[in-house]
Ligand binder design. Structure first.
Ligand code: HEC
Length: 125
């Protein structure tokens, strides 16, 4: 019974290695171009002279966040439609005229492309 046992454990080890490798590749993001887009979105969201979203929202590994707005997390579950996220950033006053959140698109603080990158990034949180 020694031989079948050795074979079995080797197979399990090989299978496990494959699963772990696949998981690691998935986590790293298979597509370097989309990784770069996510990184740009993060920079735009965090930069003080761009989105400066950290002034009011906690998200990701951003330091010293404000708490005027809700934490930006589980975005895909809460905003399944990226267009709704885009609209919120483009002009938050459309949904709530009294909001403290600046209408980034409408007031030309961020371009359409910049908001698009931020939306992609937020959707990954
Ligand atoms: C001056 C403060 C302020 C800044 C800066 C700000 N927000 Fe907001 N944000 C808010 C507030 C307050 C809300 C709560 C909703 C409301 O007021 O209508 C909000 C709501 C949101 C929501 C909806 C969250 C939810 O759970 O419904 C998203 C998404 C969002 N903000 C993204 C951003 C992004 C991205 C940036 C940067 C580009 C940003 N915000 C910058 C104050 C701010």
């Amino acid at each position: 019974m020694g031989i079948p046992y050795r074979l079995t454990s080797k197979h399990i080890a090989a299978g496990l290695a494959l699963v772990l490798t696949t998981a690691a590749a998935g986590q790293a993001g298979a597509d370097p171009a989309s990784e770069r887009r996510l990184e740009s979105g993060k920079q735009l969201a965090m930069a003080r002279d761009k989105g400066n979203c950290l002034a009011c929202h906690a998200f990701d590994d951003g330091e010293l966040p404000g708490n005027v707005g809700p934490p930006l997390m589980y975005m895909q579950q809460r905003f399944p439609d990226q267009a709704a996220l885009y609209d919120q950033i483009w002009d938050a006053t459309a949904r709530n005229p009294d909001t403290m959140m600046p209408p980034f698109g409408k007031h030309g603080i961020l371009t359409e492309e910049e908001i698009g990158l931020i939306v992609e990034y937020l959707h990954s949180l």
